[in-house]
Ligand binder design. Structure first.
Ligand code: 5CA
Length: 149
């Protein structure tokens, strides 16, 4: 059981983690492993907005438009470096989950994720993901939904 999974076990979220030995490090890897559309993979991207880390949940089919994130964050944004992302979330890139972070981070969610019946997100490690309804993902991550592409 990885650290995210141990944390989940202390919640009543009812989220189940699945491990894939072939790896789920990238959205493409995860989609192949799960056998879903790449758009159903949730990329949890860490940005720094005016000096403060934020998380953007983006469909694996989309490229985030930094101008849109900056507009909603109210500050210029830049991609966090690997160390900043790890300190802010508690997890290394490739396994950053959409919620359950080490620090309290604002979360923004790509509207396109709501177009799928279920999506899959990273579960703390580059070989682990979990399935969730996008409406539930929004609730649990307390995300602001917007067009991010
Ligand atoms: N496990 C998969 C699917 S759930 C996953 O975590 N995908 S991800 O997109 O959320 O995480 C990888 C992302 O981290 C890449 O798209 C890229 O935006 C970012 N990234 C990769 N390497 C670095 C790096 N060295 N510094 C900062 N960001 C990076």
């Amino acid at each position: 059981m990885n650290r995210f999974e141990s944390w989940l076990a202390t919640t009543d979220f009812g989220v189940a983690v699945k491990e894939f030995p072939q790896g789920t490090r990238t959205a493409g890897d995860a989609a192949r492993a799960v056998g879903c559309e790449v758009g159903q993979i949730v990329k949890s991207l860490v940005f720094v907005a005016g000096g403060r880390p934020v998380v953007a949940l983006v469909s694996g089919a989309n490229r985030l438009d930094e101008k849109r994130l900056a507009a909603v964050a109210g500050e210029p944004v830049a991609k966090a470096d690997a160390e900043t992302a790890r300190i802010a979330t508690g997890y290394a890139i490739g396994g950053v989950p959409p919620f359950g972070h080490a620090t309290d981070l604002p979360v923004f969610m790509d509207r396109d994720l709501l177009g799928y019946p279920v999506v899959w997100a990273a579960a703390g490690r580059p070989d682990s993901v979990f399935e969730i309804e996008p409406g539930r993902l929004r609730e649990l991550s307390d995300a602001v939904v917007l067009d991010l592409k």
